[in-house]
Design a protein around this ligand. Structure first.
Ligand code: FNR
Length: 364
């Protein structure tokens, strides 16, 4: 049988990945004032030891107000960069490319850590030193029942944020990262600009699709300019909102085309997140439920894509790559459960005799 495509190296600009297995960004809510500590070194380092080709650090806020919680990582000062440099160096020394997701939480900011309730910060949280802060969004519409009321960003504040994203990209470069992923998914600030449900602006940054894309594209362009030409830029999208009147795959294809035009390299295809649990999205969560988005975007834009979402089994992951549906496969929660997921997957391919392997390969 052919060697698994999942373990074929791939080059993106001047960065080569030893295989196609990616650990996607997953917030740990364990930073102090946005600064990475020993926890992050051990947690992320373990995925490099476990064989992943690329490890993307969690949503990292470009300004303090862009954090979801007080535990989020940040990259708004050189000290933040210095703390992250240790993590990036360890990943690279152990064979994984080092990625970091740059983010602003928008109207999902200033909340409790999930295990502390996931709601707005309470008097008890304030007593512990976790004070709330004003949240911003394209329009003054809260995410859902029980979420904070944001104020609409002014064009001047948006320009400051574009500069903050670019400054964070330069700090990521100084810290030794190989890959930046721009977070434009899951209801956070940039996704909120893209979706007609959350962007009701009447200026140049709202209205039709081109208007709604204007700010996210300005951020992507600034990142591309600040980030070395030899290093790839990923963008994570929510391909669809799964809500009546929300973002459609056609919108996302237009966004991906525009991103390609300004030099983005990989579209990381997620979905949903624009509303809270009070308004359930209609994206059905089944094994590989978002792979179809990665496939469509790859086929129609010619950009490389990353598939993510309930990809749990090595042969399932192999089929995604072998069938040309995506270039990279992200394995999130399964990597938390087994940081050696990639190594284990590799031995699984190597070990099966043909009498069993032939059937197992067809399972995906
Ligand atoms: C996530 N996810 C996520 N996504 C993202 O773009 N930025 C982030 O910081 C986080 N944080 C996060 C934390 C935790 C604990 C989980 C479980 C998930 C989503 C994640 O990257 C991935 O898209 C989903 O988990 C779906 O993939 P899996 O887990 O089914 O492989």
């Amino acid at each position: 049988t052919a060697p698994p495509r999942l373990f074929e190296p791939v080059s993106l600009r001047d960065v080569s990945l030893r295989n196609r297995v990616v650990v996607p960004p997953m917030c740990q809510y364990s930073a102090e004032h946005g600064i990475a500590g020993d926890y992050h070194l051990v947690h992320y380092g373990r995925f490099a030891l476990g064989g992943a080709g690329l490890v993307i650090l969690e949503a990292t806020a470009v300004v303090p107000e862009g954090r979801i919680t007080h535990g989020d990582l940040g990259l708004w000062s050189p000290d933040h960069g210095a703390a992250l440099a240790r993590v990036a160096a360890f990943l690279r020394a152990n064979g994984a490319a080092a990625g970091i997701q740059l983010a602003h939480a928008g109207r999902k900011a200033s909340m409790q850590r999930p295990w502390e309730g996931n709601g707005p910060l309470s008097p008890d949280d304030v007593a512990r030193g976790d004070a709330p802060w004003p949240v911003v969004a394209p329009s003054p519409i809260p995410l859902d029942e029980g979420w904070l009321m944001p104020t609409a960003l002014t064009p001047a504040a948006m320009a400051d944020l574009v500069a903050a994203f670019a400054a964070a990209a330069r700090r990521a470069e100084a810290a030794g990262f190989d890959v930046i992923e721009l977070h434009a998914a899951h209801g956070y600030l940039l996704h909120a600009f893209l979706s007609p449900l959350s962007n009701r602006r009447e200026d140049a940054y709202g209205g039709d699709r081109a208007g709604r894309m204007r700010f996210p594209l300005a951020v992507a362009r600034a990142l591309r300019e600040a980030w070395p030409a030899g290093k790839p830029l990923f963008v994570r999208v929510s391909a669809v909102d799964g809500l009546e009147g929300g973002l459609t795959l056609e919108d996302t294809l237009a966004f991906a085309h525009a991103l390609k035009g300004l030099g983005a390299d990989v579209i990381d295809c997620s979905s949903g997140g624009l509303a809270g649990s009070a308004t359930a999205a209609r994206v059905r969560r089944d094994y590989g439920f978002q792979v179809g988005f990665a496939e469509r975007i790859r086929r129609e834009t010619g950009l490389a894509t990353m598939a993510v979402g309930l990809i749990v089994d090595p042969r399932q992951a192999e089929a995604v790559v072998a069938q040309g549906r995506a270039d990279l496969v992200a394995v999130g929660r399964e990597s938390l459960a087994d940081p050696n997921w990639a190594l284990r997957a590799r031995t699984e391919f190597a070990a099966w005799p043909r009498q069993a392997g032939w059937w197992l390969e067809r399972r995906a």
